[in-house]
Write a protein of this length. Structure first.
Length: 319
């Protein structure tokens, strides 16, 4: 299918995006540079009628001018089967509505539309839990609802990071040390008193000096540069949304080994755009929903990562 078939992007409200930072905008611009018409829609614009995925789409043009950095055309209702590809770029939380959305997108995929990332993979590869498929790449990690197990893990490791399984951007991430009086309440909060699963990992002190590094994979292959996100002096989290500073660096041999372990499965499962979070040489998360970092790397290096992704998408479309 030629580029003229177009690419639609399911995303958060466009007027809430930050044009200088958002990776989805880079993808839209890269598609337009390659002659692909682009459309925009949100979750409420998608439905399935008699087994056919349909959506209310707006043509979108990214102008680059501020403050009016985009233009939307009139909406049109059409089956997704007429498109070349759909990019699923809705941010977490990974909740029930997100899961339902992947079901609807599967109907588009069944009609021959390339959905990026693959809907079943989005459901199967929880960004925290899926690290368990690569234990050799990870620091000691426990996923449990049992607060006593968490307490024992803290005692064994000395210092740990505690996370919910559904969030993003560093939300509700805690660091606990041995003997911390807040440990019990943190475990209660994250597990809802033992009713929800949560993750605890050994704290990796390298985050203070080297940061939390985002490595981007396009069709299973690592990009040349990674984004090291250095926590601010007032926060332990290596997330740009939590105030971290992004510094671009070359990939190390260890980075490439990690990518060699994880990348082939991502390609096999149709996960064309993936972000690995790496601290101290260990993978802490495998981001498949809406990985970011493109714009920061682009500004510091000129790398056209969004262009690489669009070219990978076009290469998978029928001629």
């Amino acid at each position: 299918m030629p580029p003229a078939a177009g690419i639609a992007v399911l995303m958060d409200p466009v007027d809430q995006l930050h044009p200088a930072k958002d990776s989805t905008i880079a993808m839209l611009r890269a598609a337009a540079r390659r002659g692909c018409p682009t459309w925009y829609f949100e979750q409420h614009d998608l439905w399935v009628r008699d087994g056919r995925a349909e959506a209310r789409l707006h043509r979108i043009e990214v102008t680059g001018a501020s403050p009016d950095w985009y233009r939307l055309g009139d909406s049109e209702v059409r089956p997704l089967a007429g498109l070349g590809a759909v990019l699923m770029r809705k941010d977490p939380p990974f909740d029930t509505e997100y899961v339902y959305t992947t079901y609807l997108l599967e109907r588009a995929a069944a009609a021959g539309v390339l959905v990026v990332n693959e809907p079943r993979g989005l459901r199967d590869m929880n960004e925290k839990v899926f690290t368990a498929w690569f234990p050799e790449c990870c620091a000691p990690t426990l996923i449990t609802r049992d607060m006593q197990q968490m307490a024992e893990f803290l005692a064994a490791q000395g210092r740990i990071v505690c996370k919910p399984l559904h969030g993003m951007g560093g939300r509700s991430i805690f660091v606990l040390g041995h003997g911390d009086a807040n440990a019990r309440v943190v475990f209660e909060t994250l597990t809802d008193y033992g009713r929800r699963y949560a993750m605890v990992q050994r704290y990796l002190p390298e985050i203070a000096s080297s940061g939390d590094t985002r490595i981007l994979l396009v069709d299973g292959e690592p990009m040349q540069h990674a984004l090291a996100r250095l926590p601010s002096g007032q926060d332990h989290r290596g997330n740009l949304a939590a105030g971290a500073t992004g510094v671009v660096r070359e990939l190390t041999e260890r980075d490439r080994w990690l990518c060699g372990r994880i990348g082939p499965l991502m390609r096999e499962r149709g996960m064309l755009f993936v972000g690995l979070d790496v601290i101290g040489g260990f993978v802490t998360e495998i981001n498949v929903t809406s990985p970011t970092g493109i714009r920061e790397i682009e500004k510091q290096t000129g790398d056209d990562i969004a262009g690489r992704l669009i070219e990978a998408i076009l290469a998978r479309l029928p001629a």
